[in-house]
Ligand binder design. Sequence first.
Ligand SMILES: *Cc1c(COP(=O)(O)O)cnc(C)c1O
Length: 360
Amino acid sequence: MNRVYNFSAGPSTLPEEVLKQAADEMLDYKGCGMSVMEMSHRSKVYEEIIHNAEASLRKLMGIPENYKVLFLQGGASLQFAMVPLNLMRKSKRADYVNTGEWAKKAIKEAKRYGEVRVVGSSEEETYNHIPSLNPADFDKEADYFHITSNNTIFGTKFKNLPDTGDVPLVADMSSDILSCPVDVTKYGLIYAGAQKNMGPAGLTVVIVREDLVGHAPDTTPTMLNYKTHADAGSMFNTPPTFAVYIAGMVFDWVLAKGGLVEMEKINVRKANLLYDYLDQSKLFKGTVVKEDRSIMNIPFVTPSAELDAKFIKEAEAQGFVNLKGHRIVGGMRASIYNAMPVEGVEKLVALMKDFEARNA
Ligand SMILES: *Cc1c(COP(=O)(O)O)cnc(C)c1O
């Protein structure tokens, strides 16, 4: 067996311990004589799996009692619609910050349901920073205020949350959930596709304050109403059972590592290994402003597309895969989620140094 260092932005690398445990339990989950994939979601055994997953996530993020945790499907992309459908109820207006492709898609979708104001954008500078925001510009009557906490494609992250007062803050945390501690009480709603930092694709986690649930209009499809899933404990219909099982193990893996405080320390260490090298390299350069750098997704370039391609090819041959940047940014992108070991980043930097020595 030969595991590569996988820098994919998503679906992405998972902890080896979790994969091994899943493999051990594949044919016979704890004496049931079947895999988790094959069991009824209504069985006692499965109920325990989903309850434990929720309990572990609550513990990990310190999610208060008055927040629901929903295990849904449809990806973060479906939340682009579910958020306005469920939350645009009084003024039918919302404020959005345009910090990247995902934010842009969220904005486009929300516009189908109500009035959307973009209160900040870094689009003209190809999203190389988080725009500064002035709370005086915020709509006090907005039904919510939406941010993308970490911009997967461009590699920027909100380091300071906008002060939205009584307007609920909604965050797409797909690519930085569980990377560092968050104060859940600062948010009305958090959503994230699992396939970046939590588990396999097919599961979307929504954490929503109770008072925001139950106000969707009657025309809302049953499956798109948060209340349906909140009332049914994410069991209105068949949940993505196997993805929840794996995510539950990932939550326990992060807890065993010391939780989000420890996770953040390791993530900062990994990110700084790469940023410190980029800052002094004569060949490789980071593409975003220092203050807004992500600790999860790190884009970088050489002076030419030819050298970019050469580096990506050499890296791949040595077992460092999925380093090609998003087509909009070009160059390279190293996604270094929780499950990427420090050693993987150390070796990547060594590889880059060697490449620089031969190509500068
Ligand atoms: C990947 C990603 C999405 C899209 O997620 P899907 O699960 O594919 O719908 C949305 N937002 C962010 C920030 C992402 O990283």
